[in-house]
Design a protein around this ligand. Sequence first.
Ligand SMILES: Cc1cc2nc3c(=O)[nH]c(=O)nc-3n(C[C@H](O)[C@H](O)[C@H](O)COP(=O)(O)O)c2cc1C
Length: 360
Amino acid sequence: MFRYVLRPILFALKAEQAHRLVIWLLRLVGWLPGGRWLLGRCCAVEDPALTREVFGVKFRNPIGMAAGIDRNGEVAVELGAMGFGFVEVGTLTPNPQSGNPTPRMFRDEATRTVRHHTGHANRGLKSALRHLRRDHSGVVVGCNIACNASTPPEEAPKDVLKLFRNLYQYVDYFAVNVSGDDIRDEEVSHSEGYMRALLEPLFDFRRGQNQYRPILLKISPDLTDEEVDRVVDILIGTPLDGIVAANGTARRLANEQHTLGRRCGEGLAARSVELVHRIHTRSGGTYPIIGSGGMMSPTEVQAMFEAGASLVQLCTGLIYEGPSLLKEVCQSLLPTPQPETVSEVPSTAEEPSTQPDEGA
Ligand SMILES: Cc1cc2nc3c(=O)[nH]c(=O)nc-3n(C[C@H](O)[C@H](O)[C@H](O)COP(=O)(O)O)c2cc1C
């Protein structure tokens, strides 16, 4: 259905129009009686072998929808019905913002990538709250948060805290984004001072609550190995619950037509898997990591888990492959059924008797 009907329609549209159509279709499915049930029947893989518990949260399966697709939290429930074990909504900012001028999202079918510099276009906290108040039991919903583009850097912690406080009871975890496509200086956004300034007010607020909400940090894949080690060493000393590694890359391909923002999709897996392995090793194998970046097939997802990820997110892979990718990935994680063992000692009832008949 996706490959022969939906994909040709979506790929005939501009990337951002296609994105809006998908959100609209998912909302329609959610609104139709039995729509979510049908979506689940077609796409979801349900199996107790897929369940995981990570940073104290129970996941139906370890495959999530990455941030950027459901920016406003409109279709988290429908994405859950489709079979995702978790959905990261956002990036959300306190006030609505229109982002960068369009066009700002480009698919390149030849390289199976998407480059975007949307600048965290979203409808803001109030609108997201309306959607996120919906019951989403069955799917874990995380929220990716950042400051508004117009906020001066010294005020950024206030923006992030505002989102955190207001969404605290409606989502299951938070990912603080220091690697968005509007970040101009990654050295600053991944510096100890900046990260602590953003995170410490959140830790303080959480201490006063009777419910625990894990806090993660989403980092860039473009840090050098030394920078990654430094970031991990700093974070491991804080009450942070894990890292999302990583966002799209700001690096350019040799013949890339569009060069602004971040490139996502094929080709990213080598770096994101390497990054996850580095964080896993550096943190002594105990830090929960959500692996993201270039997960286009079950093979790459497998490599990500082997590198030390506890959970994995899909994004561009879904744009190119549709929901069948999610299904294939979940099926690939199921334990392979063992061939039935043939008993070495044949049962006497089935074995022809070697004793002569008494009456013969
Ligand atoms: C169109 C698009 C928009 C995105 N927007 C966001 C965003 O708002 N916040 C964020 O943290 N990541 C965003 N991302 C990055 C994804 O969450 C993901 O980390 C990245 O695409 C790498 O995964 P992939 O190679 O599987 O796409 C976006 C990605 C795409 C393709």
